[in-house]
Design a protein around this ligand. Sequence first.
Ligand SMILES: CC(C)(COP(=O)(O)OP(=O)(O)OC[C@H]1O[C@@H](n2cnc3c(N)ncnc32)[C@H](O)[C@@H]1OP(=O)(O)O)[C@@H](O)C(=O)NCCC(=O)NCCS
Length: 255
Amino acid sequence: MAGISWYQSNGKCSAQEQGMSVDQIPLYSLGDVQLRFLCPDDLDEVRALCQDWFPIEYPFYWYEEITSSTSRFYSLAAVYNQAIIGLIVAEIKPYASLNEEDTGILAKKFAERSDIAYILSLGVLKQYRRNGIASLLLDSLITHLTTSERRKVKAVFLHVLTTNSAAIKFYEHRKFRLHSFLPYYYSIKGRCKDGFMYVLYINGGHPPWTIYDYVKFMCGKVLSGGGFFPWILLNVNRAIQWIWNSKSNTQHEEN
Ligand SMILES: CC(C)(COP(=O)(O)OP(=O)(O)OC[C@H]1O[C@@H](n2cnc3c(N)ncnc32)[C@H](O)[C@@H]1OP(=O)(O)O)[C@@H](O)C(=O)NCCC(=O)NCCS
């Protein structure tokens, strides 16, 4: 294939030595890979790739939607030598619209007014894996989600088969954290398979606090010295004001 420089020719270690299969193509430079949004002409190519990568069958209309020029999805392709070698598909939705099994990602204070991004698909052509293509696609999505117009998006999440160790390692490497185990989440060729949900917090989003977080927070305040006492005073002051206000409201109602 034209334009590919092999590491071996530069005296670096071979694909096999790096633990790759011999069929893999180490890219010399990611600069030769272009990123562009999917378009209707990509439908057949994208469908063939997804059928190869994922054990889940997507309906035809799904491919029409992700390749549509007016798509609500963020559907980005990595292109090399005019062929799609990787793609990511994600969508932004209101946090309040999530299914029950996906709730509990964000702390309650975000529940009403936040959005969340969901990665529906991320895949790279087998020969081009471990070249940073998925990282490139994910970086582009995260850059898109962390612009000021999208600061309402407080987290990115996805589901993955518990047996998909490559994807799990990839997401953990990218600082996604395991949020939940979803028994029998997938139905693949009539058989139930378990899934995990992974989450990455962005734009100041965070999960509900646990006792451990409260203890850690208090310890942090104590260790940081001076800051702890103004914080205590502020909160005692707020508590007194709250009690005072509720007392005067009650008296007002009684009169
Ligand atoms: C998961 C997948 C998208 C990763 O794509 P990729 O382009 O190979 O990923 P990257 O090269 O950006 O990997 C970045 C890092 O993730 C980790 N990683 C990725 N694949 C890994 C693997 N197979 N084993 C161990 N670690 C892996 C490594 O830390 C890697 O950095 P390194 O290569 O410098 O060690 C790819 O394996 C794939 O397409 N799988 C099939 C489709 C799929 O399962 N998608 C996920 C559905 S949720």
